[in-house]
Design a protein around this ligand. Structure first.
Ligand code: ZN
Length: 409
């Protein structure tokens, strides 16, 4: 008799444990202390919003309602694979209460249940911002220098992008170059997410110092006056000159050289001036090459000694040529419009080339000019009306005396 009681007690306990374990495994998102639970789903390639929602246990009808109510603010047909959809459930009823989708690293879509319907809102992701400062000297590569300080590769790329019009980061970085960066780190719920804006930076390349200060642009409205943008948001030197110019310093960009952020696979980039006054960049097969400025493609495809090449016309004065490609980038054909920094082709050895390299030329009024000697027209400087505001920023981040910064731990 006693044995039977013990047997049943153990049996009941085992069943309860089993139910608990099954419930836990089936519903890993259940956190019973909270009235709601969040289920996060990484969007897989080729799936629709309704697919993801269904996989999260949401009825197709409800998923379609979410899709429809979101559409006034954001079309969920545009969700991108690799990003996350978060669904919020009521812990008691198991019913979906809302969803969150990060559209990009700054903005998110929120859809919440109301009494009668769904309410969609776009909002800024409420990051907590921490200001940091880092400095260093390059021994092998910029990536190595930043990595050894525990810094995010995305910050390294942002630094290279800040000075992409001044410095050829793919080819010209040398031992002894130094940098100082004051930047924002973004946190969400106390957890580090990503670097934010670079507020100010200095890069010394081969003895020449370049500085940039972020200016958010003309304040939207001043004293009730209508918004007029006099100065664009971006980076300016201490005199208020824009760092952005009509041409990038290099057709090989650091973000592409770094091949998927792995600095173990850096391409050996060297460049030399060919007798014909172009620059030859030795680079690995397949390295993307970009247009140094906005323009229109006037030649694309096989072109004698240049092999597979592209010629871009930038304006009445300037053009640029890229030669010996292995292949052209998607959409590159005569008449196509290209943006500054857009990939036009992939390094190869077609035409008269002994090994893989990019042949690069700048033309002025149709004639070849030495790319090192082209005086590139700058972008618009800080407007007079914004000077006082800009000066404050320069003063605040003036590298010698900026009081508020703390070094990275
Ligand atoms: Zn060449």
């Amino acid at each position: 008799m006693k044995r039977q009681v013990v047997f049943w007690a153990f049996g009941a306990a085992a069943v309860l444990v089993a139910i608990f374990v099954i419930a836990k495994t089936k519903l890993p998102w259940i956190e019973p202390i909270s009235p709601t639970a969040v289920l996060r789903k990484i969007i897989q390639p080729g799936v629709t919003f309704v697919d993801v929602a269904r996989e999260a246990g949401i009825a197709t009808g409800t998923a379609n309602q979410l899709l429809k109510s979101a559409k006034v603010k954001y079309d969920l047909a545009r969700i991108v694979s690799g990003r996350e959809l978060a669904f919020v459930f009521d812990n008691l009823t198991g019913e979906v209460q809302g969803m969150v989708y990060n559209i990009d690293s700054d903005n998110r879509l929120m859809v919440n249940k109301t009494e009668t319907d769904w309410d969609a809102e776009l909002e800024k992701i409420p990051y907590e911002i921490k200001e940091k400062e880092v400095s260093g000297t390059i021994e092998t590569s910029l990536f190595a220098a930043m990595n050894s300080r525990g810094l995010d590769d995305r910050l390294t790329l942002a630094l290279a992008e800040t000075f992409a019009w001044q410095i050829d980061f793919a080819a010209d970085i040398r031992e002894g170059d130094s940098f100082k960066v004051i930047y924002e780190d973004r946190y969400l719920d106390g957890k580090y997410v990503m670097p934010g804006k670079i507020l100010a930076a200095e890069f010394v390349n081969d003895g020449a110092a370049f500085r940039g200060f972020y200016f958010g642009g003309t304040a939207a409205t001043k004293a009730g006056l209508p918004a007029v943008v006099l100065t664009k948001a971006g980076y300016y030197d201490e005199s208020g000159n824009s760092l952005q110019k009509i041409f990038l310093k290099s057709p090989l960009q650091y973000k592409y050289i770094s091949s998927g952020f792995s600095y173990g696979r850096l391409n050996p980039i060297t460049k030399k001036i060919a007798p014909h006054r172009g620059i030859d960049y030795a680079a690995n097969y397949g390295t993307p090459a970009v247009s140094i400025g906005d323009g229109t493609v006037v030649q694309a495809g096989w072109n004698g000694p240049y092999g597979i090449s592209v010629l871009v016309r930038h304006n009445e004065t300037y053009g640029s040529r890229y030669g010996h490609f292995q292949s052209l980038a998607r959409g590159i054909r005569v008449g196509a419009k290209v943006k500054q920094g857009q990939v036009v082709g992939y390094v190869g050895a077609t035409g008269e080339a002994t090994g893989p390299h990019l042949h690069f030329e700048i033309h002025k009024f149709g004639a070849l000019v030495d790319p090192f000697k082209v005086a590139v027209p700058p972008g618009e400087p800080v407007a007079d009306a914004d000077r006082a505001e800009f000066e404050k920023i320069v003063k605040l981040f003036s590298f010698a005396e900026y009081p508020g910064h703390k070094p990275v731990e």
